[in-house]
Write a new protein. Structure first.
Length: 269
């Protein structure tokens, strides 16, 4: 069995390998043309204009750019050096001033030199890469100023547990909803392409039930000020989903409204 450090290293290498694929497959022309990727309900939940905003697990920085365009003094942080390099290039192309920091989330306090933020924004495929959510929430609490806000919006564990191939009616589950420890995958696919990775195909992910997410946030001393289960998703999870524009998708007519994402808003006292 690999150590947590070895698993993190495999994940870092996998995310490095994904970068050239994602630079082609993320629909970046929309962003270059000034397009938005954050939903209106996200901006309604957090006030980023004129605030110090830290985007954890910022990948190639698409959402970081949107936060900056909305007035944030934005800092992005990611484990993958290739993601950080690509994010710097993309921000320059978009003419947006963003600072990027190369670090593991768990080492973020030190990597950011003890700086504190008004908002910590994260999600959209972030939490599943973290083995210990309680430790993550303690790091977030340390990164926030008094009165600062955590906004985490991620894929709903029910949707994560759903099978890729769905029957004509009903919902087929084939994955864990609850955390049973590290899950090893070996796949040349990413959500932006099938068979696109020639190397670094092994990853380790962790399922996190909603109870674990909420308990982590509350145990870190943060006050829960919002929790929403969303019937929209920033990824076409199932082929039948309806394109809502700006990178968002919803259920087609006549399909039961199950949650696709969830968001947690919490404040530091
Ligand atoms: C699905 S992406 C996040 C997507 C991002 N929200 C976006 O809009 O593109 C997951 C990111 O988490 C990063 N990551 C995974 N484990 C991490 C860790 N322990 N610390 C920091 N970043 C990590 C990966 O390098 C990757 O860039």
């Amino acid at each position: 069995m690999e150590s947590i450090g070895e698993m993190m290293e495999a994940n870092r290498s996998n995310w490095d390998a994904r970068v050239p694929v994602h630079l082609r497959g993320y629909g970046l022309d929309h962003l270059r043309a000034g397009g938005q990727r954050l939903a209106a309900f996200e901006y309604a939940a957090i006030d980023v204009d004129g605030r110090d905003v830290l985007h954890l697990q910022s990948h190639i920085g698409t959402d970081t750019i949107c936060l900056a365009r909305h007035g944030a003094r934005a800092v992005g942080l990611d484990l993958s050096g290739a993601s950080i390099a690509a994010a710097r290039g993309l921000a320059a192309e978009c003419g947006v001033d963003i600072e990027y920091v190369h670090s593991d989330v768990y080492a973020a306090v030190k990597a950011l030199g003890g700086r504190r933020f008004d908002v910590v924004y994260t999600g959209k495929g972030a939490l599943c890469w973290l083995p210990d959510l309680h430790r993550w929430a303690r790091v977030v609490a340390e990164l926030l100023r008094p009165g600062g806000v955590l906004y985490a919006i991620d894929f709903h564990p029910l949707m994560q547990a759903a099978a890729d191939e769905q029957p004509a009616t009903g919902l087929l589950l084939d994955g864990n909803y609850l955390n049973t420890g590290a899950e090893r995958y070996d796949s040349p696919d990413t959500y932006a392409g099938v068979g696109v990775l020639a190397e670094s195909t092994v990853t380790y992910e962790w399922a996190h039930g909603l109870d674990e997410v909420l308990d982590a946030v509350l145990s870190a001393g943060l006050r829960l000020t919002g929790f929403v289960e969303h019937d929209v998703c920033c990824w076409r999870r199932f082929p039948s989903m309806t394109d809502l524009g700006d990178g968002w998708f919803g259920w087609p007519e006549g399909v039961p409204r199950l949650p696709l994402m969830f968001s947690v808003r919490a404040e530091k006292a």
